[in-house]
Design a binder for this molecule. Structure first.
Ligand SMILES: *[C@@H]1O[C@H](CO)[C@@H](O)[C@H](O)[C@H]1NC(C)=O
Ligand SMILES: *[C@@H]1O[C@H](CO)[C@@H](O)[C@H](O)[C@H]1NC(C)=O
Ligand SMILES: *[C@@H]1O[C@H](CO)[C@@H](O)[C@H](O)[C@H]1NC(C)=O
Length: 401
């Protein structure tokens, strides 16, 4: 009893501390953000504590909590929802019920969660995909790719590619009444990473080239080679996604070795012979002055890690490492970035590079945006910002897909 009281007392003090941390001025409904931010930071702290006393691994606490948000397949008046498998990968399908004169467009959605968390069945993704299907009269496919650390890179990506290839079959188009010329791949956060990587892989594959009409990337993470971009510097402590949490979780996609996240936090994780790759992500070249502010570009410190992780130099992990000639073959692209987000500069640089390569790209930047806002459109937060992001994404799809 005394222990419990002490525990709750300590957590209460911590929460009070976190909830009063400084927050950017222009964030609306900032109390909601403060609470969500404080909760994330407390989970991270408790997860670190549990790992240190040997109770469970850091990511296990995040994972366990995230499973509370799973939903069952529930159809409604407008949408039939079906849990099934595509090529042995679990997917959740959203099929509009109303009669359609013509074949429907389709959206294949990859959820976020740093490659270690999440599911298309979590209630806010279920809500988003259901909404998309209803608003656009589209077939939507949520994909439950396998997660790290149990299934490290490239398994998540291979699962996503398998699902898309399975979907791109005439018999599937016929079965679900899909128009094969109106298919979009989309995702948020690490789901945006996967979307970008899948799109590259399909464009490289003669059998699937140009079968995707568009890609939509919502606050995507697009590179892990430079963790000192201005946005990484400015939003190191959040809101919502502190650098340490992002790196600790996402590094599990590559390895369970703790050496990598430790080095990545200091931006000293890249191998000796990787300098040539930095030209693809050099923010001092690609970022507009507005975002550079007074930050000074620092040359990467290379070759400090003894172990080698080939995935660090792989464009399937960091889609920004694709050459300009590869970018030229990309389809119509939508990129949404948020100002208060570690990955802000990834998205801005990608938009710039893709546009320079001659590809049609729509880049929407949300000045008061925070990472993950799309996941707060349901109870208890009902975040306005989340609805705005959702509506921008949907209206782009409506006009372009
Ligand atoms: C069905 O669609 C209509 C029109 O978009 C909407 O007003 C209604 O709320 C939807 N029903 C459900 C259960 O989502
Ligand atoms: C990045 O760009 C700056 C010029 O803005 C240049 O001085 C620097 O050498 C570049 N660094 C790398 C690693 O490409
Ligand atoms: C890397 O290897 C060097 C020499 O073998 C050793 O001194 C150093 O501690 C190692 N560093 C790490 C991070 O393991």
């Amino acid at each position: 009893m005394v222990h419990k009281t002490l525990c709750f007392g300590l957590l209460g003090i911590l929460f009070a501390y976190y909830v009063y941390l400084p927050m950017p001025e222009n964030i609306e409904e900032h109390w909601k953000i403060r609470i969500a931010d404080a909760v994330t930071k407390m989970i991270s702290l408790v997860a670190t504590l549990f790992e240190n006393i040997g109770l469970m691994k850091y990511e296990e606490l995040f994972f366990t909590l995230s499973t509370c948000f799973l939903t069952k397949q529930v159809s409604d008046d407008n949408i039939t929802v079906i849990d099934t498998d595509f090529s042995n990968i679990p997917v959740r399908l959203y099929l509009p019920k109303r009669k359609s004169e013509r074949h429907r467009r389709a959206i294949i959605f990859f959820h976020g969660g740093a490659f270690v968390l999440g599911s298309c069945k979590m209630f806010f993704y279920d809500f988003l995909n259901r909404w998309t299907a209803n608003k656009l009269d589209a077939v939507v496919v949520g994909v439950d790719y396998r997660l790290a650390p149990q299934y490290p890179f490239p398994i998540a990506l291979e699962d996503c590619v398998s699902v898309v290839k399975f979907f791109l079959q005439d018999k599937i188009f016929t079965k679900y009444g899909v128009d094969p010329t109106r298919i979009c791949i989309s995702g948020d956060s690490s789901g945006g990473t996967l979307s970008a990587a899948v799109t590259h892989l399909l464009q490289d594959d003669p059998e699937f080239k140009d079968k995707i009409k568009a890609q939509a990337l919502i606050y995507p993470c697009l590179q892990i080679i430079d963790t000192l971009t201005p946005s990484y510097r400015e939003y190191e402590h959040g809101p919502l996604l502190p650098k340490e949490v992002a790196i600790n979780l996402a590094s599990l996609y590559l390895t369970k070795d703790k050496e990598l996240p430790r080095a990545a936090l200091r931006n000293e994780h890249m191998p000796q012979d990787s300098r040539h790759l930095f030209k693809f992500v050099n923010w001092s070249v690609f970022l507009p002055e507005k975002y550079k502010k007074n930050h000074v570009y620092t040359e990467p410190i290379l070759g400090k890690l003894n172990a080698s992780y080939p995935a660090l130099v792989d464009s399937r992990v960091s889609p920004l490492l694709a050459s300009d000639s590869k970018l030229q073959s990309l389809p119509l692209t939508y990129i949404l970035t948020c100002e208060h987000d570690l990955f802000r500069d990834d998205g801005i640089i990608y938009a710039t590079r893709i546009r320079n390569a001659g590809v049609q790209v729509t880049h929407e930047h949300i000045e008061e945006g925070i990472h993950g806002a799309l996941s707060f459109t349901t109870a208890p937060l009902f975040l306005n910002l989340g609805f705005r992001i959702r509506d921008k994404y949907i209206s782009w799809l409506e006009k372009n897909l």
